[in-house]
Design a protein around this ligand. Structure first.
Ligand code: BGC
Length: 756
């Protein structure tokens, strides 16, 4: 075992500062005299974008396999799949000489407009965390590091490098941090990449609250933090806040600032030593078991990419059993440029140089005599009347028409946001016109984020491919012709229109993005608002059917220290094998805090043959029932009743069961003159003290009128005690006695009367 502390003691101040920034765009620095090697990092997340700096065109990356992007793999709801994909990527990194893969990207999908949603996992933090931890475990099982990104609240591209994501601590903890938290706790990524943006006014690259207090002190992160490329604002502040490695190289400028800060005493040398230690630990973890460089396994991984794509595709609609299609007995039209030229990935830093794309048209021609018409030009905003009439002509002569539609590259990408949620007009027009001449229309979508579907009612089937990687075409054909049974579920809600979305009024902001919708993101918003959606979170159809039975809780009466298990049996009641994603949601019925209608707290994907049943068991703990209580500065599950629900989607709950939970934690509370009546009544002690005074309140305030106690209570609920006293409802003595009796029970000292 190498002694890193000893090594650090031999480094000069300049060498230490130098190690805290890259040598170039992709490498850390070496210190040859002490045998410290440089190592390479590469994007990520769904394939290798490794630039060969020695080649004639260093901007072109090596040829690599493009796996489905996270928008697609998230729909697999399959931890094992993500782990296997991680293993495949880890293996490719070993072959290519890459020590850290820059991914996964787990920012929450706050608005469908975020240009980079295709790279992100979900609107749900639990799902994003579970799948990302699996991916990280897969990559790191090959002794290759990961860099989970972008920490944190980078949920838009508009002004991503300066904008401040402003939100409450509760929103941060419940929605925007848990994916990172789960990944750190379950998989210890070697590195975390900080975001470009500010978080509540402070740059992610110099935010002590997120980088040190939360990431390291609370969650126990052991690796190093690197900057997003060029995200450093003030290097010395950043180092002090917990940013270890700056990427890419600052060409010595910031290294000199670090040296100067240590010399002047502005920065403690031990802070620098700690950062160097964290970086070197991971450099040597890789370099001490240096894998042999080899060519990538392009063909083997292509087959994996095809399987992963198949398991991720979501069948959104399938009326009249339109799918699967028979291979021979009917005339089938494939229409739309995406059939011959599929969009398989998004633009920006995750773009893979892949050569092995097989289109759906090519794949289908191997098994069926499909007819093809281009229908529209992928990148064009204008309808081509010739292409349109050729397509409608073909569709009118066929028994089934599959339209391959999608977003052009220019509509969504890293670096900017979408302006609307629509498909290009020529495609919407084409779909409507084809529906005029055919009653069996199937739409296959290539997009990184939800689109409006004004024609959804008119078509028989909709298949969501997302950006499904280099095998998208083959996988689509596998699903269309029933070679594979669809088993993906939406990892995000498809709203009907943009103006229905939770942050429609505030997105994207400019200098500040106000996250005023709080924790009500995705289905948490639509359900609370009772807003109809096009397709709900967790939705996805199969060619078979599943029945749910026997939802059983191990205990119906628990405290917040207990765990409880929920078991449910699922049976395949159809005629072919299939996979079901069993989803477990929890609803807080206590009414104590404003909370979503329900939240995902468990999921399992199971494979069932016809007639087969399996029982799935989930474990729920305090966190499953809690919200983040800001006064407590911790997770808190209020006393009361909760509902545990098992379902096939967020909108298709099949079974539910109730339990009672008792909180063992008391919320911090000091009663005083300005404590309101209803705050008092939240506590049994307060209730006891004030209930007996209610008749006095009625008598004093309301002049003895004959009011019902409940009406009085409603009237005085928001009044501070001093107000009730001044109306003559209670005396000074009674007020202070009530305050004291409450504070005694909460450890508050006598007559503690802070003003609100
Ligand atoms: C992106 C990161 C990426 C890095 C390196 C940045 O612009 O935000 O996700 O890993 O570039 O390419």
């Amino acid at each position: 075992m190498r002694n890193i502390d000893e090594l650090i003691s031999e480094l000069t101040l300049e060498e230490k500062a130098g190690l805290c920034s890259g040598a170039d765009f992709w490498h850390t620095k070496a210190v040859e005299r002490l045998g410290i090697p440089d190592v390479m990092v590469s994007d990520g997340p769904h394939g290798l974008r490794t630039q060969d700096l020695s080649s004639q065109n260093p901007n072109e990356s090596i040829q690599a396999v493009c796996f489905p992007a996270a928008c697609a793999t998230a729909c697999s709801f399959d931890r094992e799949l993500l782990e296997e994909m991680g293993e495949a990527l880890g293996e490719e990194c070993r072959r290519a000489g890459v020590s850290v893969l820059l991914g996964p990207a787990v920012n929450i999908k706050r608005s469908p407009l975020c240009g980079r949603n295709f790279e992100y996992v979900s609107e749900d933090p639990y799902l994003a965390g579970e799948l990302s931890a699996a991916y990280i475990n897969g990559v790191q099982s090959k002794n290759i590091g990961t860099s989970i990104k972008h920490f944190a609240t980078n949920s838009q591209e508009h002004r991503r490098m300066t904008c401040s994501s402003d939100m409450s601590e509760r929103t941060l903890r419940e929605i925007y941090l848990p994916a990172f938290e789960t990944a750190v706790k379950k998989a210890q990524p070697w590195t975390v990449m900080c975001c470009y943006n500010r978080i509540n006014g402070v740059y992610g690259s110099e935010n002590k609250h997120t980088l040190t207090e939360i990431l390291r002190d609370e969650w126990g992160f052991e690796g190093y933090v690197m900057s997003d490329w060029g995200a450093v604002n003030d290097r010395v502040e950043g180092l002090a806040a917990g940013l270890d490695l700056e990427m890419p190289s600052s060409k010595g400028v910031n290294d000199a600032k670090i040296v100067e800060a240590v010399k002047s005493g502005k920065l403690s040398g031990s802070v620098l030593d700690k950062a160097v230690k964290r970086i070197l630990e991971k450099v040597f973890k890789y370099a001490d078991e240096l894998p042999e460089k080899m060519p990538l396994d392009i063909q083997g991984d292509h087959e994996k990419a095809r399987r992963f794509a198949r398991e991720s595709i979501v069948l959104l609609k399938n009326d009249s059993g339109s799918l699967p299609l028979p291979e021979r007995s009917i005339e089938i039209a494939f229409i739309g440029e995406f059939a011959e030229n599929p969009r398989i990935q998004g633009g920006g830093s995750s773009h893979i140089n892949t050569k092995t794309t097989v289109s759906a048209l090519e794949a289908a021609e191997k098994i069926s005599d499909v007819h093809y018409a281009k229908g529209f030009d992928r990148e064009s905003g204008e309808t081509d009347p010739n292409l349109l009439s050729e397509a409608t002509d073909l569709a009118s002569k066929c028994d089934a028409t599959v339209i391959f539609a999608g977003l052009p590259d220019s509509f969504e990408s890293e670096g900017y946001d979408r302006r609307h949620m629509k498909l290009p007009d020529p495609q919407n027009e084409l779909i409507e016109k084809i529906c005029d001449v055919s009653d069996n229309v199937i739409v296959v979508l290539h997009n990184g984020s939800p689109v409006e579907m004004p024609w959804a009612e008119r078509v028989n089937a909709i298949v969501e491919l997302y950006l499904c990687g280099e095998a998208a075409g083959e996988a689509a054909v596998d699903i269309l012709f029933g070679k594979a049974n669809p088993c993906g579920k939406l990892a995000e809600t498809f709203p009907k229109k943009l103006s229905d979305t939770p942050c429609y009024l505030t997105y994207p902001g400019n200098e500040h993005a106000e996250y005023s919708e709080g924790v009500f993101v995705g289905y948490r918003y639509y359900e609370k608002k009772e807003q109809d959606v096009l397709f709900p979170f967790g939705h996805g159809l199969s060619y078979t059917t599943f029945e749910y039975s026997d939802l059983t809780l191990s205990c119906g009466d628990i405290t917040d220290n207990d765990t409880v298990t929920a078991s449910v049996t699922v049976t395949n009641t159809g005629s072919c094998s299939g996979k079901e994603v069993v989803q477990l949601y929890v609803a807080d019925n206590t009414g104590f805090a404003k909370r979503p209608v329900k939240e995902l707290k468990g999921f399992e994907k199971i494979c069932l043959d016809p007639g087969e049943s399996k029982t799935v068991t989930f474990t729920l703990n305090k966190r499953s029932f809690s919200y983040y209580n800001e006064e407590l500065g911790d997770w808190y599950a209020p006393t009361g009743k909760y509902t545990v629900m098992a379902g096939s989607s967020s909108a298709d709950i099949r079974l539910s069961a109730e339990l009672k939970l008792t909180a063992t934690v008391k919320l911090p509370f000091v009663a005083h003159e300005n404590t309101t009546f209803d705050e008092f009544m939240d506590y049994p002690e307060g209730k006891e003290a004030l209930d007996i005074l209610l008749p006095n309140v009625a008598g004093g305030m309301l002049g003895g009128d004959n009011f019902e106690i409940e009406a009085i209570r409603a009237m005085v609920n928001g009044m501070p005690l001093r107000q009730i006293r001044s109306f003559g409802g209670i005396t000074d003595e009674q007020m202070y006695a009530a305050i004291e009796s409450l504070n005694k029970n909460f450890g508050g000292s006598k007559w503690q009367i802070p003003r609100k």
